[in-house]
Design a binder for this molecule. Structure first.
Ligand code: PNS
Length: 161
């Protein structure tokens, strides 16, 4: 059984993330989408909210499981008996950081392989950060995130989150 982990902050998940999930799901028997508990970042959505959004937007994909993890990604992979990390690559600007993460992960565990999927052109400008900025200023993010996430963003900013 070919299993892969797609890790990320997913704060919140965007159409770009969903595109990578849908395409990766075709390549593996099981894809675990794992939301990181990143102590350095102050997320807009907490861990439960991010997991819930990911579950909701991947309902149509039976081979996708949603989970969260803390600590080192490679330790999580070992626990899941998984050797493959999937990441999305948008532009040259992503490359340096992704290159560094892939190398450190393979240094930490030499049996891990990072597979990059190039983002679809229409999502190449998208990021969770830009989505949050637009939504917080009252702009429409309907074309940038799944409907369910759009609603959650509206609720969050209505409440003054
Ligand atoms: O969506 P992001 O913010 O690009 O995701 C980055 C993430 C969560 C995949 C990365 O920060 C990560 O793997 N964090 C876990 C801690 C870890 O293993 N660090 C060492 C390798 S970078």
């Amino acid at each position: 059984m070919k299993r892969a982990v797609y890790p990320g902050s997913f704060d919140p998940p965007t159409n770009g993330h969903l595109d990578i999930i849908e395409r990766a799901a075709k390549l593996f028997d099981e894809l675990i989408v794992a939301a990181a508990i990143n102590y350095e970042k102050e997320p807009l959505f907490n861990q439960e909210e991010r997991v819930e959004m990911l579950k909701e937007i991947t309902r149509h994909l039976p081979q996708v499981k949603v989970d969260s993890f803390s600590g080192l990604l490679v330790n999580y992979l070992k626990k899941k008996d998984c050797h493959i990390i999937v990441k999305g690559l948008r532009a040259l600007s992503d490359f340096e950081n992704e290159f560094q993460m892939a190398l450190i992960n393979s240094k930490l565990w030499k049996e891990v392989e990072t597979v990059f999927l190039i983002t679809s052109a229409e999502n190449s400008f998208l990021s969770s950060r830009i989505v949050k900025e637009v939504a917080s200023l009252g702009g429409s993010v309907g074309d940038l995130v799944p409907k369910y996430v759009e609603k959650k963003l509206q609720d969050k900013f209505k409440k003054g989150g």
